[in-house]
Design a binder for this molecule. Structure first.
Ligand SMILES: *Cc1c(COP(=O)(O)O)cnc(C)c1O
Length: 218
């Protein structure tokens, strides 16, 4: 299936008007699909798998901002450390320590988001509020990692009120870190194809959209 450029234009315009960044989630989709949106001026793309991201990065223009949105294993950090723009799924201090180490090796600072578990499902990754605070307390020595904000995924449900409540909770945590802890945060990553309207209404300023742009994944 071809890229839905009409959907892209209208979603992009809508999000621009709300000052939210659109990350086009291109996992499992071919290079040509990414190039199509690139040629329309798009630069932010999201990938879930390290090997796939590394292959695509080699073949596509250098000014693409690559967002790693999957679950990152520590032994894979070194493969993306030189070029990754933002790592969304950070959920342990051990992972942060490794990101810091690989970032230092590349002479750079890597921006990250801490992933918070907001959904009802047990299987999703992410921190609870106490773990989040614990990490922020212990994290000050890591000079090559910059915590830029939070990321979360709502429950897989048709119940819009549950989704809204979960996003609202994440926004409240984000606001608490900004005001009570004075962290210099910029980014609240929440919302996907099915729930991004609710996410933006609840304060998201970065949404990760795949299937609405690139079609369903097999
Ligand atoms: C796949 C994925 C998306 C995009 O999902 P769609 O429903 O296709 O928009 C967003 N965020 C994460 C973390 C993903 O893994």
């Amino acid at each position: 299936m071809a890229v839905n450029t009409e959907a892209y234009q209208s979603i992009k315009k809508e999000l621009d008007s709300k000052n939210a960044v659109l990350v086009a989630v291109s996992k499992t989709k071919p290079i040509g699909d990414i190039q199509t949106l690139y040629d329309l001026g798009h630069r932010d793309f999201g990938e879930n798998y390290v090997q796939e991201l590394v292959e695509k990065q080699k073949q596509l223009p250098n000014d693409i901002r690559w967002h790693f949105i999957g679950h990152l294993q520590r032994n894979k950090v070194k493969e993306i450390a030189a070029f990754v723009h933002l790592i969304h799924g950070t959920d342990s201090l051990r992972l942060l320590v490794e990101i810091n180490k690989q970032a230092a090796r590349c002479n750079r600072t890597i921006p990250v988001l801490l992933q918070v578990h907001i959904a009802r499902e047990e299987t999703k990754f992410g921190l609870d509020e106490n773990e989040l605070k614990e990490i922020l307390k212990n994290f000050s020595g890591l000079n090559n990692v910059a915590v830029k904000g939070l990321m979360g995924m709502a429950s897989l449900t048709d119940n819009r009120e549950i989704i809204r409540t979960e996003f609202r909770y994440l926004k409240s945590l984000y606001d608490k870190l900004l005001t009570a802890h004075h962290l210099p945060l910029t980014t609240l990553s929440m919302g996907m194809s099915n729930d991004y309207h609710i996410a933006v209404e609840e304060g998201s300023n970065l949404v990760r959209i795949g299937s609405l742009l690139f079609g369903a994944r097999s």
